[in-house]
Design a protein around this ligand. Structure first.
Ligand code: PEP
Ligand code: MN
Length: 337
């Protein structure tokens, strides 16, 4: 059961709910969002249901939820979560094109890419300063210097940016720069990191673990939501299967599946799923067609010289061509892009 408090509910109202739950030997998991507090009630369902929740001051409604993930489920919130970041929007019938370099390598590389993707219609810039690399000897990112460059690019091109956070100890520092934090596929089940980003007031993109089921992925989102951060964006980025013609297999059905099960926005990453430049555009078009809320694409002005993921980066002019196709497709599907 989830107890949704009214926007103006006081500490006393919340305390009274917690006490009533304790009275039926149940636990209260309090999630304090910017707009309202929600309380997950864990215990004997029958006893919790018997409490006349509607009669308690400060309570808006009580919602029965059977799933292990409660706050991110559609039962808990039937209407879509809509996240606004500067002038960009995620969810709520708008398709958000997110693009930029996999990693920030230099000022010139970042600024050339940011200007090109902005001119083509991207609403959010991507670019990482901390890279999760398979080998500890590969380029690991420019760290705080990279975030500084991203912050300058944001002002220059009026583009909010998303950057990956790898370590719970960096969450505070990175949130001081980035507009959106991203949890990578390798960290989807890093529960300490999830709880840490759940305590900051910045939206979080949560990539699907490459071996995770949709249920496990939604449970990971629940860790963030439960801490009070209700602005979570799900990112399908491919899963590991027996297929070797692509880097990972893009589970395109995950977008409509998650949108049925959850109210959170879902976006598609055609770059890290396919790992192949020529597959990015077709998969990006598919993202719009299946009802995803956006895509996130690697763009590089010189992919051959890229320090990370050059094989999958598309050129700025290829991104511009893709965006023209996306606009035509969006018009046909009556989606705002
Ligand atoms: C990325 O987006 O740069 C990235 C490392 O992705 P993933 O975590 O999906 O591999
Ligand atoms: Mn990458």
């Amino acid at each position: 059961m989830i107890i949704v408090m009214k926007p103006g509910a006081t500490e006393e109202h919340i305390g009274a709910v917690v006490q009533r739950l304790a009275g039926v030997d149940s636990e209260a998991h309090i999630s304090t969002g910017q707009l309202r507090t929600v309380i997950g009630a864990i215990g004997d369902r029958g006893r919790i249901q018997q409490i006349p929740w509607g009669a308690m001051s400060g309570v808006e409604r009580a919602v029965p939820v059977l799933k292990p993930y409660k706050f991110v489920s559609r039962e808990f919130q039937p209407e879509d979560t809509v996240i606004k970041v500067r002038s960009a929007q995620l969810g709520g019938g708008v398709f958000a094109p997110i693009a930029g370099p996999c990693a920030v390598e230099s000022r010139d590389q970042l600024f050339r890419t940011a200007e090109a993707v902005r001119n083509a219609g991207a609403t959010i810039l991507r670019g990482d300063a901390f890279k999760p690399r398979t080998s500890p000897f590969s380029f690991q990112g420019l760290a705080e210097d990279g975030l500084q460059l991203l912050a300058e690019a944001r002002e220059e091109f009026d583009l909010p940016f998303v950057a990956e956070v790898l370590d719970p100890r960096d969450v505070e520092m990175i949130s001081g720069y980035a507009d959106i934090l991203r949890i990578g596929t390798r960290n989807m089940a890093n529960f300490g990191l999830l709880s840490e980003v759940g305590r900051v007031h910045k939206p979080v993109m949560l990539k699907r673990g490459f071996t995770a089921t949709v249920d496990e992925w939604l449970n990971a989102a629940e860790y963030i939501y439960k801490e009070g951060n209700h602005e979570v964006i799900m990112v399908e980025r491919g899963i590991r299967t027996f297929e070797t013609s692509t880097r990972n297999t893009l589970d395109i059905s995950a977008a409509p599946v998650v949108k049925t099960m959850s109210h959170l926005p879902v976006i598609i990453d055609p770059s890290h799923s396919s790992g192949r430049r020529h597959l990015v555009a077709p998969l990006a078009r598919a993202a719009l067609a299946v009802g995803a809320d956006g895509f996130i694409i690697d763009v590089h002005p010189d992919p051959e010289a890229a320090l990370v993921d050059g094989d999958q980066a598309i050129l700025p002019h290829e991104f511009a061509e893709l965006m023209e196709q996306m606009k035509a497709l969006a018009a046909a599907l009556q989606v705002t892009i």
